[in-house]
Design a protein around this ligand. Structure first.
Ligand code: B12
Ligand code: SF4
Length: 493
């Protein structure tokens, strides 16, 4: 899980197959501190979203190098190779680009890193796609056909999102993911935190929503019991979230989503989410220190009120996967133990940690650069598992050690046990989820390698859905919150 498949320079490629496009999600090394399971929970929508805009006379194939099936295919060489590029796997993306270009394919690079560092990406591509691929992809293919491919295509995110086609999920290898139903209902976020990729220079992503009915139809059409919303923040517009829940409720499925904790300002909405099948939320708490949150420009309730808000989610049977950023300017060496203690006291079922990482072209990057605190520009280490800047109140090594320590503590038997749900009926499934998700990296590797992820998880997901339906019936009938549905599905990506 740490080394990409070999790209042999001597490999003989097949002939170019006209009107065939290969879409690649490049390999990235997996952080051994965290769960390998998260990488196959649900696929990125980067490729399937614009694949849906491919003209009918083109054949499209999907290849995710992280599914451990080796290097992308080459027996018939694609006329066009589309590669999505993030900073952490930019180097691998460039290697792939060079390999395919050297054998006659036209290579198109797109994605977040192309947006923030176009000059760096340009030498490796026949064309760059900067911005929304759904608008650009058909234009690019038309220009390939007419032999007039340009070196750069740009689009904004200001289009009417409701007019976009549904992602083309039929090209995904179903057996390799827990669910193929990655859903996206909204674009943008009401916040603009200085460390978030949404604050990248030149990225204008006004808040846009798809029709709730469209999302429910996509969810139903994919035929999976569980869907994962990959929206930046599904709770940005509460009236919309309520409408979306109303559309999802009749499906009798379960789902999870990322929301900011201010969604709990409205307890009635949390109930509506539970009734619509929400079993877990991924919450970016980021920090338990208000001054850190203020420095980052995050509009959020006071940290002292987080516990009450977590209880509210738990009371409606919604698991909480808390996301925490470590290394802010007001973090001292005690941040690791303080954060771990808080997570255990509040019985968060899951927690995800990130070392503060200044993504290029964000306000945080500019600030740390101006202060001379950046250690290097080796993007492969900008993966939130490495300290790439000098923290204010500890050394980079201490920050990395603290990061590894907090994962070890939260994944320990003792911590898993301390965080068990108060309702004894929910304890066994919680333990199953915790051990499968947090302590089974070798098992995950085996499942991924042998295409067993979907087969092994589906019965557990169905069991969770079935028990959640019973919980919902009780909730709708006015049963008091506090009773917990059994849940073996981790909350969110
Ligand atoms: C699903 C997801 C994952 C999944 C799958 C990742 C994968 N690469 O396979 C999992 C859970 C495994 C994951 C892991 C991580 N992730 Co992640 N993830 C996401 C998430 C929630 C959704 C991605 C998505 O589907 N977006 C929707 C698509 C439609 O948008 P898009 O990718 O920008 O694509 C559009 C355009 O860019 C363009 N486009 C993209 N590629 C291409 C290619 C071509 C050829 C063309 C024409 C167009 C084009 O067209 C698309 C449609 O407009 C995003 C947050 C978000 N909401 O975007 C974070 C996000 C991408 N992840 C992030 C991070 C940091 C990580 C981790 C490093 C974190 C960690 N420590 O665990 C890891 C490791 C992965 C890695 N090394 O890159 C950051 C990246 C920041 C950055 N500047 O690079 C994001 C933005 C989250 C955040 N708020 O910070 N992630
Ligand atoms: S609340 Fe989350 S998604 Fe929204 S800007 Fe802040 S970090 Fe980004």
């Amino acid at each position: 899980m740490t080394r990409p498949p070999l790209l042999d320079a001597a490999t003989l490629a097949g002939p170019i197959q006209p009107r065939y496009a290969l879409l690649i999600n490049p390999f990235y090394p997996k952080d051994p501190n965290a769960s390998f399971g998260k990488h196959v929970l649900t696929p990125t929508l980067a490729l399937t979203s614009f694949a849906a805009a491919t003209p009918e006379h083109w054949e499209v194939r999907y290849w995710d190098e992280n599914l451990l099936d080796g290097r992308p295919p080459f027996a018939a060489m694609p006329e066009v190779v589309g590669i999505t590029v993030h900073l952490t796997f930019a180097r691998r993306a460039f290697e792939l680009a060079q390999w395919y270009r050297g054998r006659g394919s036209k290579v198109v690079l797109g994605g977040l890193h192309v947006m923030s560092c176009p000059e760096e990406c340009a030498p490796y591509a026949d064309a760059l796609a900067v911005g929304d691929g759904v608008q650009l992809w058909p234009r690019i293919l038309a220009d390939v056909e007419s032999g007039s491919l340009r070196s750069k295509y740009a689009a904004t995110y200001e289009s009417d999102y409701r007019r976009d086609p549904a992602p083309r999920r039929s090209i995904l290898p179903r057996s390799s993911f827990l669910t193929t139903t990655s859903l996206i209902a909204t674009r943008g976020c009401h916040n603009r935190c200085g460390f978030c990729y949404l604050a990248t220079d030149g990225l204008r992503m006004p808040y846009r929503m798809r029709n709730p009915g469209q999302i429910a139809a996509e969810f139903a059409a994919d035929g999976q019991p569980y869907g994962v919303f990959i929206d930046n923040n599904l709770g940005s517009n509460r009236a919309y979230l309520r409408e979306l829940c109303d559309a999802l409720r009749p499906l009798k499925k379960i789902w999870s989503a990322a929301v900011s904790i201010d969604v709990t300002d409205d307890p009635a909405l949390i109930r509506v989410m539970a009734l619509a099948g929400c079993t877990g939320v991924f919450v970016g708490f980021e920090s338990l220190t208000d001054r850190n949150l203020a420095d980052a420009g995050k509009k959020t309730p006071k940290a002292a009120d987080y516990s009450r808000r977590v209880r509210m989610l738990h009371d409606y049977g919604i698991q909480v996967n808390g996301s925490f950023v470590l290394g802010f300017d007001h973090d001292r060496k005690d941040v690791f133990t303080r954060t771990a203690d808080w997570i255990e006291e509040n019985r968060l079922e899951c927690a995800t940690f990130h070392i503060l990482t200044p993504y290029p072209a964000t306000p945080l990057f500019r600030q740390l650069e101006a202060e001379g605190r950046l250690l290097h520009r080796d993007w492969a280490l900008y993966d939130t598992a490495h300290a790439v800047f000098r923290p204010r109140n500890m050394s980079p090594e201490e920050l990395e050690q603290g990061y590894a320590w907090i994962y070890q503590r939260l994944f320990s038997h003792a911590s898993i046990w301390r965080r068990r749900p108060a309702d004894w009926r929910a304890v066994a499934p919680y333990l199953a989820m915790s051990y499968l998700y947090k302590r089974s990296n070798r098992f995950w590797r085996f499942l991924i390698k042998h295409h067993l992820v979907h087969a092994v998880w589906t019965p557990l997901v169905e069991l969770t859905r079935f028990r959640h339906l019973r919980f919902r019936e009780a909730l709708a009938a006015g049963d008091t919150p506090g009773r917990r549905p059994a849940n073996v599905v981790a909350a969110g990506v």
